[in-house]
Design a protein around this ligand. Structure first.
Ligand code: SAM
Length: 403
């Protein structure tokens, strides 16, 4: 990674910095792109009054040499726009999807898949080194998607004024699409037919198009309150490998009782209970649609004595019941675990914590809280599951064990 020798501006007072940065608006620079950041922008630096200022640039690729214009001054950094690719990175490519430049669905299709994965690993390492600087870890090789395109088993599209598609990047304008290369082929080819069947609407409505558990295509409207919207992992091949990795860790420790927070419809619970006949679990999920589905499956699988599903928020749950002392499995949404949940886990300090995360910065924050409270936790397993190729998103599995 390239370093500049200039000191970063982080210690400066914000007001002075704000006005200093604003003076750079519309200025043009030639920069080298060092790395990708969370969100998928490239990071470069410009020197200004003997300081090094960070610039975030959409659609930049690490290794690019770019002519950019400063278009925005934020508190701690600048935003730039590419004027010219002076020298392209060896990792740059023409995005396979014709909508990529405008569509907000994917963020890094203009990078080779190998470089996408490398940058995701660097982002995770950077955040861990920042939030838990003294902790040893071994980042295992990333688990890749079987397919880098056509992997999504569900997509959500917006519909308004005859346009059906995703929002444009950083906008609420719809990019009208006829296909989507990251969606399952059966979903992608169905898009024009779905559009023809929709009633015209001048109000924005959202539709989910998916392959259901019977392997059939279906689509339905998502209500304003998110009705119809339920959580399931979007990439079957990577999800299977993620579940297997969790099974391997649980199998190696053989706990008798496991508490699972943010359980969804039992993506982990059912495989774990099927595999380990001596295991009992309690699983907590807020969305009643998901728990209704899960509870039916508990009865069908005759697991009533070994699995209890609670339809409630984890915050209320942890206030009312102690968690398993042996093992807790967490799979929160992007925001990470709430402060109430983290506080409770930090007070109870179970022997083993399995944390599945879809947001590396919030994962790093939560790990730092746990490790501050219990430095004896060791990171026994750390691995990225590249569930979302062509986007900057990824899943991470962490196993902490008290030693
Ligand atoms: C990333 S998903 C994981 C679901 C499941 N583990 C899976 O693999 O399919 C997060 C889940 O947490 C649920 N959730 C969000 N906030 C919650 C809360 N405060 N309490 C309980 N569940 C919550 C969501 O409904 C969603 O199902």
């Amino acid at each position: 990674m390239k370093t500049t020798g200039f000191k970063p501006l982080q210690s400066e007072k914000t007001d002075k910095r704000g006005s200093e940065l604003e003076s750079l608006l519309h200025s043009e620079h030639v920069i080298n792109v060092e790395k990708l950041i969370v969100g998928g922008d490239g990071l470069g630096r410009i020197s200004f009054k003997e300081k090094s200022l960070v610039v975030f640039i959409p659609l930049a690729v690490p290794g690019d040499r770019l002519k950019i214009k400063i278009v925005k001054a934020e508190k701690n950094h600048l935003r730039g726009q590419i004027l010219e690719i002076v020298e392209p990175s060896i990792d740059r490519r023409t995005a396979p999807c014709e909508y990529f430049q405008s569509c907000g669905g994917c963020s890094i299709q203009h990078m080779t898949e190998d470089s996408q994965v490398l940058q995701k690993e660097l982002i995770l390492k950077y955040l861990l080194n920042k939030f838990i600087p003294n902790k040893d870890y071994n980042l295992l090789p990333t688990v890749r998607s079987d397919s880098d395109f056509n992997y999504r088993n569900r997509i959500q599209l917006k519909f308004e004024n005859g346009k059906l598609g995703y929002f444009k990047k950083a906008s609420h304008e719809i990019v009208d699409i006829t296909h989507c290369p990251i969606a399952d082929k059966r979903i992608s080819i169905a898009i024009p037919g779905v559009k023809m069947r929709l009633k015209p609407s001048t109000e924005l409505v959202r539709y989910e198009l998916r392959i259901n558990h019977l392997e059939e295509f279906e689509f339905y409207r998502i209500g304003e309150d998110g009705e119809g919207l339920s959580f399931s992992q979007v990439n079957n091949s990577v999800n299977k490998k993620l579940v297997e990795a969790v099974e391997l860790i649980v199998g190696g420790l053989n706990p008798k009782f496991l508490s699972e927070l943010y359980a969804g419809a039992g993506n982990f619970s059912f495989p774990l209970l099927t595999k380990f006949p001596n295991l009992r679990m309690e699983s907590v999920e807020l969305n009643p649609k998901l728990t209704e589905f899960a509870v039916k499956r508990v009865v069908e699988s005759n697991l009533q004595k070994r699995l209890t599903f609670f339809t409630t928020d984890c915050e209320t749950f942890v206030k009312r019941r102690p968690l398993s002392k042996e093992m807790v499995l967490l799979d929160p949404p992007r925001a990470g675990c709430s402060p109430e949940v983290m506080k409770s886990i930090c007070n109870q300090l179970p022997n083993q914590v399995l944390y599945v995360s879809c947001h590396p910065a919030n994962l790093a924050r939560d790990l730092s809280l746990l490790l501050q409270k219990e430095p004896a936790y060791k990171i026994k397993h750390l691995q990225i599951f590249d569930m979302f190729p062509q986007t900057d998103h990824f899943e991470t599995l962490v196993h902490l064990a008290k030693e």
